[in-house]
Design a protein around this ligand. Structure first.
Ligand code: HEC
Length: 244
Protein backbone atom coordinates (compact mmCIF):
# COMPACT_ATOMS: atom_id res chain seq x y z
CA UNK A 1 0.00 0.00 0.00
CA UNK A 2 2.70 2.36 1.02
CA UNK A 3 4.68 1.40 -2.06
CA UNK A 4 1.76 2.16 -4.31
CA UNK A 5 1.26 5.49 -2.62
CA UNK A 6 4.91 6.36 -3.24
CA UNK A 7 4.63 5.39 -6.87
CA UNK A 8 1.58 7.60 -7.45
CA UNK A 9 3.16 10.55 -5.67
CA UNK A 10 6.38 10.34 -7.59
CA UNK A 11 4.55 9.86 -10.90
CA UNK A 12 2.32 12.86 -10.38
CA UNK A 13 5.31 14.89 -9.19
CA UNK A 14 7.14 13.93 -12.38
CA UNK A 15 4.14 14.90 -14.50
CA UNK A 16 3.90 18.20 -12.71
CA UNK A 17 7.57 18.97 -13.27
CA UNK A 18 7.40 17.93 -16.91
CA UNK A 19 4.39 20.16 -17.43
CA UNK A 20 6.31 23.21 -16.27
CA UNK A 21 9.67 22.43 -17.78
CA UNK A 22 8.40 21.48 -21.24
CA UNK A 23 6.99 24.91 -22.04
CA UNK A 24 9.05 27.70 -23.51
CA UNK A 25 8.63 31.46 -23.40
CA UNK A 26 9.11 31.63 -27.16
CA UNK A 27 5.57 31.78 -28.61
CA UNK A 28 6.75 30.10 -31.84
CA UNK A 29 8.29 27.15 -30.06
CA UNK A 30 6.24 24.03 -29.48
CA UNK A 31 8.29 23.38 -26.31
CA UNK A 32 9.63 19.94 -25.52
CA UNK A 33 8.20 17.54 -28.02
CA UNK A 34 7.17 14.02 -27.29
CA UNK A 35 8.65 11.99 -30.14
CA UNK A 36 9.71 14.83 -32.49
CA UNK A 37 9.94 12.37 -35.39
CA UNK A 38 6.18 12.40 -35.46
CA UNK A 39 6.24 16.10 -36.31
CA UNK A 40 9.31 16.24 -38.52
CA UNK A 41 10.15 13.34 -40.70
CA UNK A 42 13.85 12.50 -40.52
CA UNK A 43 13.69 11.56 -44.20
CA UNK A 44 14.53 14.19 -46.77
CA UNK A 45 11.23 15.39 -48.08
CA UNK A 46 10.67 16.40 -51.63
CA UNK A 47 9.09 19.76 -51.21
CA UNK A 48 9.32 20.54 -47.51
CA UNK A 49 12.82 20.73 -46.23
CA UNK A 50 13.69 21.56 -42.69
CA UNK A 51 17.37 21.12 -43.40
CA UNK A 52 17.31 18.32 -40.87
CA UNK A 53 19.32 15.21 -41.49
CA UNK A 54 19.54 12.62 -38.72
CA UNK A 55 18.42 15.12 -36.13
CA UNK A 56 20.99 17.71 -37.10
CA UNK A 57 19.85 20.96 -38.58
CA UNK A 58 21.71 22.03 -41.71
CA UNK A 59 21.14 25.71 -42.34
CA UNK A 60 22.33 25.52 -45.94
CA UNK A 61 19.60 23.00 -46.81
CA UNK A 62 16.82 24.94 -45.21
CA UNK A 63 14.10 26.16 -47.56
CA UNK A 64 15.76 24.62 -50.57
CA UNK A 65 13.56 22.38 -52.67
CA UNK A 66 15.07 18.97 -52.58
CA UNK A 67 13.05 17.88 -55.61
CA UNK A 68 15.70 16.86 -58.04
CA UNK A 69 15.81 16.50 -61.77
CA UNK A 70 15.44 12.98 -63.01
CA UNK A 71 18.88 11.41 -63.45
CA UNK A 72 20.30 11.64 -66.93
CA UNK A 73 19.32 8.97 -69.42
CA UNK A 74 16.46 7.58 -67.38
CA UNK A 75 13.45 6.62 -69.42
CA UNK A 76 10.11 7.04 -67.69
CA UNK A 77 8.19 3.80 -67.40
CA UNK A 78 4.92 4.26 -69.17
CA UNK A 79 3.76 0.72 -69.67
CA UNK A 80 4.06 -1.24 -72.87
CA UNK A 81 1.76 0.54 -75.27
CA UNK A 82 3.96 1.11 -78.32
CA UNK A 83 2.58 4.52 -79.23
CA UNK A 84 3.14 5.81 -75.70
CA UNK A 85 6.59 4.25 -75.35
CA UNK A 86 7.64 5.95 -78.59
CA UNK A 87 6.72 9.27 -77.07
CA UNK A 88 9.26 8.94 -74.28
CA UNK A 89 12.86 9.97 -74.77
CA UNK A 90 15.59 9.33 -72.25
CA UNK A 91 15.97 12.40 -70.07
CA UNK A 92 18.28 15.03 -71.60
CA UNK A 93 19.86 12.64 -73.95
CA UNK A 94 21.38 13.27 -77.28
CA UNK A 95 19.13 11.27 -79.55
CA UNK A 96 20.98 8.53 -81.37
CA UNK A 97 20.18 7.61 -84.96
CA UNK A 98 17.85 4.84 -83.80
CA UNK A 99 15.98 7.16 -81.47
CA UNK A 100 15.67 9.83 -84.09
CA UNK A 101 14.16 7.39 -86.52
CA UNK A 102 11.81 5.78 -84.06
CA UNK A 103 10.70 9.16 -82.74
CA UNK A 104 10.74 11.12 -85.96
CA UNK A 105 13.38 13.51 -84.63
CA UNK A 106 15.65 13.62 -87.63
CA UNK A 107 18.73 15.76 -87.30
CA UNK A 108 17.74 16.91 -83.86
CA UNK A 109 20.40 17.24 -81.23
CA UNK A 110 18.45 17.01 -77.99
CA UNK A 111 21.39 18.08 -75.85
CA UNK A 112 21.92 21.24 -77.72
CA UNK A 113 19.83 24.38 -77.76
CA UNK A 114 20.98 25.03 -81.31
CA UNK A 115 18.93 21.92 -82.04
CA UNK A 116 16.12 24.43 -82.46
CA UNK A 117 17.39 25.35 -85.88
CA UNK A 118 17.85 21.72 -86.78
CA UNK A 119 14.38 20.66 -85.75
CA UNK A 120 12.79 22.30 -88.72
CA UNK A 121 11.20 20.20 -91.43
CA UNK A 122 11.17 16.55 -90.74
CA UNK A 123 10.22 16.50 -87.10
CA UNK A 124 6.58 15.64 -86.95
CA UNK A 125 4.45 14.86 -83.96
CA UNK A 126 4.84 11.14 -83.27
CA UNK A 127 1.48 11.24 -81.55
CA UNK A 128 -0.74 10.70 -84.53
CA UNK A 129 -4.13 12.29 -84.30
CA UNK A 130 -7.04 10.32 -85.65
CA UNK A 131 -10.80 10.78 -85.59
CA UNK A 132 -10.90 8.40 -82.64
CA UNK A 133 -8.39 10.05 -80.35
CA UNK A 134 -8.69 13.69 -81.44
CA UNK A 135 -11.19 14.84 -78.84
CA UNK A 136 -9.31 13.02 -76.06
CA UNK A 137 -5.98 14.60 -77.05
CA UNK A 138 -7.44 18.09 -77.30
CA UNK A 139 -9.25 17.71 -74.00
CA UNK A 140 -6.04 16.66 -72.28
CA UNK A 141 -4.24 19.47 -74.13
CA UNK A 142 -6.73 21.99 -72.84
CA UNK A 143 -6.18 20.76 -69.29
CA UNK A 144 -2.40 21.09 -69.55
CA UNK A 145 -2.63 24.36 -71.43
CA UNK A 146 -4.88 26.03 -68.90
CA UNK A 147 -2.62 25.14 -66.01
CA UNK A 148 0.79 25.77 -67.60
CA UNK A 149 0.52 28.10 -70.56
CA UNK A 150 -2.70 30.08 -70.53
CA UNK A 151 -1.56 32.68 -68.01
CA UNK A 152 0.92 33.95 -70.60
CA UNK A 153 -0.45 32.80 -73.95
CA UNK A 154 -4.11 33.51 -73.27
CA UNK A 155 -7.16 31.30 -73.54
CA UNK A 156 -7.35 31.84 -77.29
CA UNK A 157 -3.62 31.59 -77.88
CA UNK A 158 -3.43 35.27 -78.79
CA UNK A 159 -0.53 35.99 -76.43
CA UNK A 160 -2.65 38.08 -74.12
CA UNK A 161 -3.02 35.97 -70.99
CA UNK A 162 -3.85 37.38 -67.56
CA UNK A 163 -0.14 37.51 -66.66
CA UNK A 164 0.57 39.78 -69.62
CA UNK A 165 -2.56 41.87 -69.07
CA UNK A 166 -1.56 42.44 -65.46
CA UNK A 167 1.57 44.17 -66.67
CA UNK A 168 3.68 42.03 -64.35
CA UNK A 169 6.04 41.20 -67.17
CA UNK A 170 6.37 44.79 -68.33
CA UNK A 171 8.55 45.04 -71.40
CA UNK A 172 10.35 41.78 -70.67
CA UNK A 173 8.97 40.09 -73.71
CA UNK A 174 6.08 39.96 -76.07
CA UNK A 175 4.13 36.72 -76.18
CA UNK A 176 3.40 35.97 -79.82
CA UNK A 177 -0.03 34.93 -81.05
CA UNK A 178 0.14 31.31 -82.23
CA UNK A 179 -1.74 32.30 -85.35
CA UNK A 180 1.30 34.29 -86.50
CA UNK A 181 3.58 31.31 -86.04
CA UNK A 182 1.80 28.88 -88.32
CA UNK A 183 4.95 28.12 -90.29
CA UNK A 184 6.65 26.70 -87.19
CA UNK A 185 7.36 23.00 -87.48
CA UNK A 186 6.03 20.68 -84.82
CA UNK A 187 9.63 19.93 -83.89
CA UNK A 188 10.30 23.58 -83.19
CA UNK A 189 7.19 23.90 -81.07
CA UNK A 190 8.29 20.84 -79.10
CA UNK A 191 11.79 22.25 -78.76
CA UNK A 192 10.58 25.62 -77.50
CA UNK A 193 8.30 24.05 -74.90
CA UNK A 194 11.02 21.59 -73.82
CA UNK A 195 13.94 24.04 -73.62
CA UNK A 196 12.10 27.34 -73.40
CA UNK A 197 12.64 30.31 -75.66
CA UNK A 198 13.26 33.96 -74.90
CA UNK A 199 11.53 34.70 -71.65
CA UNK A 200 9.42 31.57 -71.77
CA UNK A 201 10.97 29.07 -69.39
CA UNK A 202 11.87 25.45 -70.11
CA UNK A 203 9.17 22.93 -69.32
CA UNK A 204 11.30 19.79 -69.61
CA UNK A 205 11.13 19.07 -65.89
CA UNK A 206 7.43 19.88 -65.64
CA UNK A 207 5.97 17.97 -68.54
CA UNK A 208 6.80 14.60 -70.01
CA UNK A 209 7.22 14.11 -73.73
CA UNK A 210 3.74 12.80 -74.25
CA UNK A 211 2.29 15.85 -72.56
CA UNK A 212 4.45 18.14 -74.69
CA UNK A 213 3.35 16.44 -77.90
CA UNK A 214 -0.23 16.73 -76.66
CA UNK A 215 0.33 20.46 -76.23
CA UNK A 216 1.83 20.66 -79.73
CA UNK A 217 -1.53 19.39 -81.02
CA UNK A 218 -3.29 21.93 -78.85
CA UNK A 219 -1.14 24.79 -80.16
CA UNK A 220 -1.69 23.63 -83.77
CA UNK A 221 -5.42 23.89 -83.23
CA UNK A 222 -5.01 27.66 -82.71
CA UNK A 223 -3.06 27.90 -85.94
CA UNK A 224 -5.05 25.77 -88.34
CA UNK A 225 -8.80 26.19 -88.66
CA UNK A 226 -10.67 22.95 -88.13
CA UNK A 227 -7.59 21.18 -86.72
CA UNK A 228 -8.62 18.01 -84.91
CA UNK A 229 -12.24 18.30 -85.99
CA UNK A 230 -12.67 14.98 -87.71
CA UNK A 231 -16.19 14.29 -86.60
CA UNK A 232 -17.69 17.44 -88.03
CA UNK A 233 -16.05 16.87 -91.40
CA UNK A 234 -17.27 13.27 -91.38
CA UNK A 235 -20.74 14.45 -90.42
CA UNK A 236 -20.78 17.03 -93.21
CA UNK A 237 -19.79 14.31 -95.67
CA UNK A 238 -22.51 12.01 -94.40
CA UNK A 239 -25.03 14.83 -94.65
CA UNK A 240 -23.98 15.54 -98.20
CA UNK A 241 -24.33 11.90 -99.06
CA UNK A 242 -27.81 11.67 -97.61
CA UNK A 243 -28.77 14.92 -99.32
CA UNK A 244 -27.80 13.59 -102.71
C1 HEC B 1 6.10 33.13 -68.81
C2 HEC B 1 5.16 33.18 -69.86
C3 HEC B 1 5.05 31.96 -70.74
C4 HEC B 1 4.61 30.70 -70.39
C5 HEC B 1 4.20 30.18 -69.03
C6 HEC B 1 4.61 29.92 -71.61
N1 HEC B 1 5.06 30.69 -72.65
FE1 HEC B 1 5.22 30.08 -74.56
N2 HEC B 1 6.10 31.84 -75.06
C7 HEC B 1 6.28 32.91 -74.20
C8 HEC B 1 7.05 33.93 -74.89
C9 HEC B 1 7.46 35.26 -74.32
C10 HEC B 1 7.33 33.43 -76.18
C11 HEC B 1 8.15 34.12 -77.29
C12 HEC B 1 9.56 33.59 -77.19
C13 HEC B 1 10.51 34.22 -78.19
O1 HEC B 1 10.32 33.98 -79.39
O2 HEC B 1 11.40 34.90 -77.74
C14 HEC B 1 6.70 32.13 -76.25
C15 HEC B 1 6.74 31.31 -77.37
C16 HEC B 1 6.03 30.14 -77.51
C17 HEC B 1 5.92 29.39 -78.73
C18 HEC B 1 6.57 29.73 -80.06
C19 HEC B 1 7.96 29.15 -80.00
C20 HEC B 1 8.83 29.41 -81.20
O3 HEC B 1 9.58 28.51 -81.54
O4 HEC B 1 8.77 30.50 -81.77
C21 HEC B 1 5.14 28.29 -78.45
C22 HEC B 1 4.74 27.20 -79.42
C23 HEC B 1 4.79 28.37 -77.05
N3 HEC B 1 5.34 29.50 -76.52
C24 HEC B 1 4.02 27.43 -76.40
C25 HEC B 1 3.88 27.41 -75.01
C26 HEC B 1 3.24 26.33 -74.29
C27 HEC B 1 2.61 25.11 -74.94
C28 HEC B 1 3.31 26.65 -72.98
C29 HEC B 1 2.83 25.83 -71.80
C30 HEC B 1 3.49 24.59 -71.60
C31 HEC B 1 3.97 27.94 -72.87
N4 HEC B 1 4.30 28.35 -74.12
C32 HEC B 1 4.20 28.60 -71.68
C33 HEC B 1 5.82 32.99 -72.89
C34 HEC B 1 5.33 31.93 -72.16
Amino acid sequence: MNNKFNLYTSLSFLMFVTLFVSCSSDPDSPGTEYMPDMYRSPAIETYVDYGEIRGKENKSYKSILSARQTPKYTVPYVGTDEQTVKMMLPNKRKAGIAWRESHGLYGWDLDNVSGYEMSRFDTVNPMVMTADNASGILKQGEKLYSSMCMHCHGEKGDGNGPMIQSGAYGDLGVVPAYKNLDTLSEGKIFHSIYYGKGFMGAHSSLLNKKEIWTLVHYVRQFQIDGYGKFEEIAEVEVNQETAE
